[in-house]
Write a new protein. Structure first.
Length: 529
């Protein structure tokens, strides 16, 4: 069997390939070469990128077997998460891989601005010895304003406090307690801009944050103030920044990110009071190794059909080992559920009964939906798009947990309503030391049948001779019955037979049997998961 294809579309740490291991065919492509990328995606199961490769709707559409997009870094501006989700493709990133590197580069920019290090270097390298031209300022006793006191903001705070600075921050999502713990004073944005000698911004790029530092904000700053942006291009309006720098509204700026990268003809590059680096925030050996190894692990999990803690478009997160065996079981129950349905389903309850209910079982809901929709839609169904498919079809979904389970240690049930037809339910459990997957209930009838590839479920009125009738029909059609079980309400009442058969049963045979026993329902179940 051929190995799954993992496409590496940008320069990544060699540790990435080591961490992927021998189970994949690793291919390389230049992700910025669009035609080459689209061609290479045609048989890729995973693609690994940094920020230069655009995985947009067109790229997703060019990748029919793609299961995971892995961003070896933090920012996902270059990945169309919505398109990926719709196509059932998991998107993962490495959310903490480069935060230390980003924090250190920020400190580097602040020091470069305070001491004119890049300009002084360039001058001396060109043969000059101009000491008085490069007199700087100390950080000691200055005020640093951090816009966005998240993980990177906190790391910068810790590092700068060693310089004896006062750190103030603006972040509407941070509590006063957290700020106090960091030794930071929380202030309004206006206050920060007025007071800070150095302002550094650490926000994601969203419609709200785009251009959040513009003419009005520069007008509030001190003429001696410096601004730094190593987060995302566009948070600082570049035209307004140019105006502020050329009119001496502020003293200088340090930039690692730009609206367009590379910034090509940006007039900012020519200004003497600007320090620029080419998006180097994550470009350290350590950050690249952490990012590469982290996404390699996620790709291994994702291609192994597992959920991934760092997936950004799948709910669930870390799965307890006790919950894990329930995933394939409930997926199969989902397939049984769909096989029992005779019209579109309008609601689905995924019920978890027993000790399992004490764990985080949200993954079982995703797995159940994946099973339910596998035979319903022609596209790939995954943990990623299964909830979306339910939503698009107007199916209401609930997860119900109940620690009580009288018969078995744990029972998983999928129960649902149909638009036209009776309610359906199917339950399963795992029994014995081998944790055998068993069906234990179908449409209210108790059974105990090991789950196999092919089953036939018949509901009819209990009366003598029925088994002989369907046995003869299947026998004549060459369908071997491997196991069977009958469950009935009461003698002469509604009965249900579950057969385990060795092969799929053609539709016309099913119809013969149905009329021969006058079944109220007769469904074939083929488990393909
Ligand atoms: C990130 O979002 O992780 C950083 O901006 C780094 O991007 P890069 O991997 O392209 O250097």
């Amino acid at each position: 069997m051929s190995k799954p294809v993992v496409l590496i579309a940008e320069e990544l740490s060699p540790a990435t390939v080591d961490a992927l291991g021998p189970d994949f065919e690793i291919r390389n492509v230049d992700g910025t070469d669009r035609p080459a990328l689209l061609a290479a995606l045609s048989d890729a199961h995973a693609v690994l990128v940094r920020s230069a490769t655009k995985i947009d709707a067109e790229a997703i559409a060019a990748a029919p077997v793609l299961k995971v997009v892995a961003r070896a870094g933090v920012g996902l501006d270059n990945v169309d998460i919505k398109a990926a989700t719709t196509a059932g493709v998991m998107v993962v990133n490495a959310p903490t891989s480069n935060i230390i590197s980003a924090a250190e580069l920020t400190v580097g920019h602040i020091l470069s601005l305070a001491r004119h290090i890049p300009a002084a270097h360039a001058s001396l390298a060109a043969g000059a010895w101009k000491r008085s031209s490069y007199t700087g300022v100390e950080l000691y006793e200055k005020t640093v304003g951090i816009i966005g006191l998240g993980r990177i903001g906190a790391l910068i705070t810790q590092r700068l406090q060693a310089f004896g600075v006062t750190v103030i921050a603006y972040d509407p999502y941070v509590t006063t307690a957290r700020a106090q713990q960091l030794g930071v004073e929380l202030v309004s944005l206006e206050d920060l801009l007025r007071r800070a000698d150095f302002t550094t911004i650490h926000m994601p790029r969203t419609p709200e944050t785009l251009g959040m530092i513009s003419d009005a904000q520069f007008a509030l700053m001190k003429p001696t103030a410096f601004v730094v942006n190593v987060a995302r291009g566009g948070l600082i309006d570049e035209d307004a920044l140019h105006r502020a720098l050329t009119s001496n509204t502020i003293a200088g700026a340090g930039l690692d990110v730009f609206v367009a990268e590379p910034p090509k003809d940006s007039p900012l590059l020519a200004l003497p009071n600007v320090v620029v680096t080419p998006h180097l925030g994550a470009s350290t050996d350590e950050a690249q190794e952490k990012a590469g190894v982290s996404v390699a692990k996620s790709v291994r999990l994702a291609l192994g059909g597992e959920l991934v803690p760092d997936a950004v478009n799948v709910a669930g997160g870390v799965i307890d080992p006790y919950v894990r065996p329930g995933i394939p079981l409930v997926e199969k129950l989902g397939q049984v559920f769909t096989a029992l349905a005779t019209s579109p389903v309008t609601s689905i309850d995924v019920e978890v009964h027993g000790e399992l209910a004490e764990y985080d079982v949200s993954v079982l809901k995703l797995a159940a939906l994946k099973g339910v929709f596998t035979d319903v839609v022609s596209d790939q169904v995954s943990y990623v798009n299964a909830p979306l498919i339910a939503e698009q079809r107007g199916v209401t979904v609930r997860l119900i947990t109940e620690t009580d389970s009288p018969e078995y240690r744990n029972v998983l049930t999928i129960r649902g309503a149909q638009s036209d037809g009776p309610a359906i339910s199917v339950s399963g459990t795992l029994t014995g030391p081998k944790q055998v997957e068993k069906l234990v209930e179908i449409n209210g009838h108790d059974v105990e049948v090991p789950l196999d590839r092919h089953h036939v479920v018949m509901e009819y009125t209990d009366r003598p001779g029925i088994v002989a009738v369907y046995g003869k029909e299947f026998g004549q059609a060459g369908i071997n019955i491997a196991a069977m079980q009958i469950s009935r309400e009461a003698a002469g009442g509604q009965a249900l037979s579950v057969l385990t058969v060795d092969s799929p049963v053609p539709a016309e045979i099913l119809e013969h049997v149905r009329s021969a026993i006058d079944a109220s329902s007769l469904r074939e179940i083929d488990i393909t998961l």
